[in-house]
Design a protein around this ligand. Structure first.
Ligand code: GDP
Length: 525
């Protein structure tokens, strides 16, 4: 690929995640986007993964039973001259660490909000991470075909609760049974509501924003009401400002109904115009890596084992940050300094996996992994040694002791634990005094998935004993004296061998601090 070809290819990329509180309609809108992308599948098939039609591993059964998305997946398609990469994120809050890491791998985010519910807790959490990263956020307020809250009210809540300016790209004309259409401020037209199987119908607007020709809509009171509202927001609302969008300070707001595919195409078209192409990525130093650099680089943001139960495989998901990936290329794995040949790779197109020959900055590739990679690893070509900025880490709050049910099956027990821990599914600790395995997680569901996967993928039944909530605090090994440990502050070591205390509660921690005032405790390594 010449430099010019690389430039063009990178600038065509649009890589984003869809975030939402569970049930706001993320899956439904993703499905519609895939349809626009010409990925030939019937609406309903993204959902179908929950009923087991897909070659996903058995532990997805948990997802099926609970009706939540547990894993993140990657989907790619071409649309309107752009190459779109959508990174799916698990909706359930117990998997927020996974979602946070995924958000490190995207250039923008789409936030889906249920028009009847407004900003929900999980939306708020995920939004915060996007904001921290300063990535552009686009908002889709969904389910207009149902009665929801007033649009003015929803935008006000967005601004108040999330602290971001909202700019209405369009405005609903009615809602629920009374939904007539969308007043499309950005395109200066009205999009009439219609049944899903009919194409879009647009009404032209005059320069002063009224319907140009004849239309029954002109007689409806809702139409005059919307004209008044539009006047109001044009006067008092935020100004459209692409600079602010790029910095994540203003979010363009679109209304629509994913289920009836209404307003989704209008959203996608505008979104792709304003969503950023891949930009420079931060390293652990001040320096940034530009996407169009001739050298290839990327980082592992997710590892997943056994995606296909027929092949016991493990895939490391890599966000390419610069240059071009060519199958069979040699890269340096920064953590070890060792050379690796990337011969076996895959790219994701919804459910089907295709072997990828080339990919460029902005794309996500999956590398078949035999245990080389860890989450957060940087890989690169060229002479310069660098590491991309650290991925966010959570300090676990829930702990469980774990043992193999069958003592004769230690081997599969250890193998399973090692692999699932490398994936970041749970954290692993070991008691200093007894050597017992202790698992740490942010949410209870992580343990359940762990237990399920151990049995299904590694044929290892595990016994888990809850230890409840603990506060994890690391201690400098030089200051450690094993006598400091008591029943209220269990001394353990993490996977890297670093010592930490698991405090029973805040009282136990305070007591410890009073007793050892010179000992420094930290909540993260
Ligand atoms: P997710 O949990 O965010 O992925 O949400 P889903 O896409 O699974 O949607 C949750 C539920 O809301 C499903 O029953 C959908 O059919 C329904 N839903 C999604 N979008 C719409 C919409 O635009 N209108 C209506 N009425 N229902 C919707």
């Amino acid at each position: 690929m010449t430099m010019q070809e690389l430039n063009e290819a990178v600038n065509k990329r649009r890589t984003f995640a869809i975030i939402s509180h569970p049930d706001a309609g993320k899956t439904t809108i993703t499905e519609q986007l895939l349809l626009f992308g010409g990925i030939v599948r019937q609406a309903g098939t993204v959902k179908a993964k929950k009923t087991g039609n897909f070659a996903k591993s058995d532990w997805m059964e948990i997802e099926k039973k609970r009706g939540i998305s547990v894993t993140s997946s990657v989907m790619q398609f071409d649309y309107a001259g752009k190459r779109v990469n959508i990174l799916d994120t698990p909706g359930h809050e117990d998997f927020s660490e996974d979602t946070y890491r995924t958000l490190m791998a995207v250039d923008s985010a789409v936030m889906v909000i249920d028009s009847a519910k407004g900003i929900e807790p999980q939306t708020k959490k995920l939004f915060k991470i996007c904001k921290m990263r300063g990535i552009p956020i686009f908002t889709f307020i969904n389910k207009l075909d149902r009665d929801g809250r007033e649009p003015m009210d929803l935008i006000a809540e967005l601004e108040e609760v999330l602290g971001i300016e909202g700019y209405a790209m369009n405005w609903p004309i009615g809602m629920g049974k009374g939904l007539k259409g969308l007043y499309d401020i950005y395109n200066n037209r009205i999009e009439l509501y219609r049944r899903e199987d009919k194409g879009e119908t647009f009404l032209e607007l005059t320069e002063n924003g009224e319907i140009a020709g004849d239309s029954a809509l002109k007689e409806e009171s809702i139409y005059t009401q919307v004209l008044d509202e539009i006047e109001l927001i044009k006067g008092a609302g935020s100004e459209f400002d692409s600079q602010k969008i790029a910095q994540g300070e203003l979010t363009p707001v679109f209304f629509g109904s994913a289920l009836t595919n209404f307003g989704v195409k209008t959203f996608l078209d505008a979104y792709l115009q304003f969503a950023p192409a891949p930009s420079a990525h931060k390293t652990s130093t001040e320096e940034k890596i530009v996407p169009t650099s001739a050298e290839f680089s990327g980082f592992v943001f997710k590892i997943q084992a056994n995606m296909n139960p027929n092949h016991r495989d493990r895939i490391a998901f890599v966000r390419i940050c610069s240059g071009e990936f060519v199958r069979g290329m040699d890269v340096v794995l920064q953590r070890t300094g060792k050379k690796l040949r990337l011969s076996n790779s895959t790219q994701f197109m919804a459910d089907t996996r295709e072997n990828v020959e080339t990919a460029v900055a902005g794309d996500i590739i999956g590398l078949y992994d035999t245990g080389n990679f860890q989450i957060g690893d940087t890989i690169y070509t060229g002479k310069k040694d660098f590491q991309f900025e650290k991925l966010p880490q959570f300090t676990p709050e829930l702990f469980m002791r774990v043992t193999a049910k069958n003592v004769m099956k230690q081997k599969s027990f250890h193998k399973g634990i090692q692999q699932l821990v490398q994936e970041g599914a749970v954290q692993l600790y070991q008691s200093y005094s007894t050597g017992d395995y202790i698992l740490g997680a942010v949410g209870q569901l992580q343990f359940e998935v762990f237990q399920f996967r151990m049995a299904n993928e590694y044929n290892s039944e595990v016994v888990m004993t809850p230890m409840g909530q603990k506060t994890a605090r690391w201690i400098d090994p030089a200051q450690l004296d094993e006598k400091m440990s008591s029943s209220r502050n269990l001394l353990v070591k993490d996977r890297q061998g670093a010592p930490l205390f698991l405090f029973e509660n805040a009282f136990a921690e305070r007591w410890f601090k009073d007793k050892y005032p010179n000992v420094k405790l930290t909540s993260k390594l």
